[in-house]
Design a protein around this ligand. Structure first.
Ligand SMILES: [Zn+2]
Length: 314
C-alpha cells in the first residue's frame, strides 16, 4: 500500500494561517480532501496521513472529522497542549478515535531553542506511549542536538522527524545539519520523513541533484526501514506540483531494491502508525467508549493501547 505520510488541509483564514505570507500567496485558499484525492490517485497512493497546521484542539477534532468522511485519510497527526496540566484529559477526549495516530507541536517556531526539554513538555510527551500515539518532530537543524537529547529520554516512544529537519538545501551546505542528523539517526525509535524538501530548495530553480545529497544522508543515517515518503501538500506546491514533489523522492528511491522502495513508499508509515490495523480495532473500542461514555476511566486507553501493541507486534 502506498501512503503519503505528510499532508495538510485547511479552510483558509488570514488570522489562523498568519504564517502564509505574501511569498506564499498561492496557499491562500482552501485545500480539502477532494483536492488531495485527485493528486493521490494520480500517483498511485491509496492513503495519506493528515498533519495539524493549527495549534488548537479544534484542529484535531476537525481533521478527525475529515478522516471519518474521507476513508483515504488513514491517520491524523493532531495537536494537544502537551504543556498543559490537563493534557491527560485532552488526550482522553480523542482516545476512542483510532484515526488519531500522533501528536505534533510546531517546535520550529518556539523562541526557546531548548523548548523540547522543558519539564512541562517532557511530562506531556511521557503520556503519549500510554495512548499509543507517535510524536512528530518539526524542527530546524539548530534543534537537532536538543532533539537527540530529548528522544533519548523516551526509548519506547515512537518519534518521526518531519522534513529531515529542514536542511539548508538552497545554500547547498551540509554541515552542521549532517552531524545532527547522524546523531539523531543512531536512536532506533526515531523515523524520518522524506518530505518537505522542495520548499527548502530554491523554489524556482531546484533540480533533483541539489536535493539528492540530503536524501543520501537520510538514507545512510536512518536506513531503509525508518524512512517514509511525504508530499507536504499543499505547501509543496510553492516549489513543485504534487507529481513533481513525489517524483523527486520516487526516482531517488528507484536506485534501491523493490523492497526498499515499497517500504519507504508506504509500508514503513503503515507500520510506524499502525495504519489500518488500528481501524480493525474500531468495533471493540467504540463499544467500549460508548459503554463508558465521557466518564471513561484513565486506565481504559492504556489497556486498549497495550492490547493494540500486543496484536501488532509481529
Ligand atoms: Zn507540513
Amino acid at each position: 500500500m502506498r501512503i503519503d505520510a505528510h499532508q495538510h488541509f485547511w479552510v483558509y483564514d488570514q488570522s489562523e494561517y498568519a504564517w502564509i505570507d505574501d511569498s506564499m500567496a498561492s496557499l491562500r485558499r482552501d485545500f480539502l480532501p477532494n483536492d488531495l484525492k485527485i493528486e493521490l490517485e494520480s500517483k498511485g497512493f491509496q492513503g495519506s496521513v493528515a498533519v495539524q497546521a493549527r495549534q488548537t484542539l479544534e484542529e484535531t477534532r476537525w481533521l478527525l472529522e475529515l478522516a471519518t468522511d474521507a476513508s483515504f485519510i488513514l491517520g491524523v497527526v493532531g495537536w494537544v497542549d502537551l504543556r498543559s496540566s490537563n493534557v491527560r484529559s485532552q488526550l482522553e477526549a480523542f482516545a476512542g478515535n483510532p484515526k488519531l495516530v500522533g501528536i505534533r507541536h510546531i517546535v520550529q517556531s518556539e523562541p526557546n531553542d531548548r523548548f523540547l526539554l522543558q519539564p512541562e513538555f517532557l511530562r506531556g510527551i511521557s503520556l503519549l506511549e500510554e495512548f499509543d500515539l507517535a510524536y512528530d518532530l518539526l524542527i530546524y537543524p539548530k534543534h537537532l542536538p536538543v532533539a537527540a537529547e530529548f528522544v533519548r529520554r523516551f526509548p519506547r516512544q515512537r518519534f518521526v522527524l518531519d522534513h529531515l529537519a529542514k536542511p539548508p538545501i538552497k545554500s547547498g551546505s551540509l554541515r552542521p545539519w549532517e552531524r545532527g542528523m547522524r546523531e539523531l539517526g543512531t536512536i532506533p525509535n526515531v523515523f524520518c520523513k522524506l518530505s518537505g524538501l522542495v520548499t527548502e530548495a530554491d523554489w524556482r530553480n531546484w533540480k533533483p541533484e541539489h536535493i539528492a545529497p540530503y536524501m543520501d544522508v537520510a538514507f545512510e543515517t536512518f536506513g531503509p526501514r525508518r524512512l517514509m515518503i511525504g508530499s507536504d501538500w499543499p505547501v509543496c506546491t510553492l516549489a513543485a506540483s504534487y507529481t513533481r514533489a513525489i517524483d523527486l523522492v520516487e526516482s531517488y528511491l528507484s536506485q534501491h531494491a523493490t523492497e526498499v522502495q515499497e517500504a519507504a513508499l508506504g509500508e514503513n508509515a503503515q507500520q510506524f502508525w499502525k495504519l489500518g490495523t488500528r481501524q480493525k480495532q474500531l468495533p471493540g473500542d467504540s463499544q467500549h467508549t460508548v459503554a463508558n461514555g465521557k466518564g471513561k476511566r484513565e486506565g481504559d486507553a492504556a489497556h486498549a493501547s497495550r492490547r493494540g501493541c500486543a496484536r501488532n507486534e509481529k
